[in-house]
Design a protein around this ligand. Structure first.
Ligand SMILES: [Zn+2]
Length: 280
């Protein structure tokens, strides 16, 4: 029955848990821990699905009398092979797509932008826009509108935000999440999950901005660039500004963080425990 338990766990973690987690907006107050919980739930779901086949092996080989549903077990095993195939395909497609789009955008920025302010690229455009193009050869891109309208302190907040994305490689985190997301069949995908993870990444970068320039300057900078446009594959500084402004003044929340970390351990630990039980 353990392969079926793993299949059930996979459905819960992939389909049910993201909806529940996205509803817990309180978790935004502990963005780092919340991101760990999100990753753990996604990873746990995929692990549970992948472990169905190896967990079925002892039952099928040993003619275990507990294996009273051989057809179901075989079906679950096929499902986990399909999950692995989808995961590999999704990893390849997402990786290729994201890297190609960024390389193209970086090329354009290098051609049209003026080099200014210690490696930051400046676009001659009046709209206040700021974003970064992550990757091994990363760029921070500001519009002339940002330089013209934002006072020094707010500009520092914007730069601290973008540099936090690049330094912490938030792009890899989002890519990991997108790969898992797209490996799930479309009807089972939770779009709220991806939206929430993007917001948490922004909230995390905002904390770096607050540490650099304080809450007020960061909030003003957020408002100033909220209307700015930026390419999809880049990480714009002004997305979901109203929600993020509320989070700027929120301090650390140890209880929420601890709960999220505990949930993360359970989500990844449960499939591992079930698989080792199948083989013991
Ligand atoms: Zn950002």
């Amino acid at each position: 029955m353990l392969p079926l338990a793993l299949a059930g766990l996979a459905v819960v973690l992939v389909w049910v848990a993201p909806g529940l987690l996205a509803r817990q907006v309180r978790l935004r107050r502990a963005p780092r821990a919340a991101l760990v919980a999100w990753q753990a739930v996604s990873l746990g779901g995929v692990l549970a699905a992948l472990f169905v086949a190896p967990a079925a092996v002892p039952e099928l080989l040993g003619g275990d009398p507990m294996a009273d549903h051989p057809a179901l077990v075989a079906l679950a095993a096929v499902a986990s092979i399909v999950v692995l195939a989808r995961l590999l395909l999704s990893g390849h497609l997402v990786g290729t797509r994201v890297r190609a789009a960024r390389a193209r955008h970086r090329e354009i920025v290098d051609i049209v932008a003026e080099h200014d302010r210690g490696g930051v690229r400046v676009l001659q455009h009046p709209t206040a826009t700021a974003y970064c193009i992550p990757g091994r050869s990363s760029r921070v891109v500001l519009s002339q509108g940002v330089l013209d309208t934002l006072p020094e302190r707010q500009l520092d907040a914007v730069l601290a935000h973008e540099k936090a994305h690049l330094k912490a490689r938030h792009d890899l985190l989002l890519e990991f999440f997108t790969v898992l997301h797209e490996s799930v069949p479309p009807p089972l995908r939770s779009h709220r999950a991806l939206t929430e993870v993007r917001l948490l990444v922004e909230a995390l970068a905002d904390r770096a901005a607050v540490r650099r320039s304080g809450e007020v300057a960061t909030a003003r900078a957020l408002v100033a660039i909220a209307q700015g446009r930026y390419p999809d594959e880049a990480m714009g500084a002004g997305t979901s500004a109203p929600v993020r402004m509320h989070l700027l003044a929120v301090g650390p929340h140890p209880v929420l963080s601890a709960t999220a970390y505990l949930g993360a351990v359970v989500a990844v630990g449960a499939p591992v425990v079930l698989l080792s039980a199948a083989w013991s």
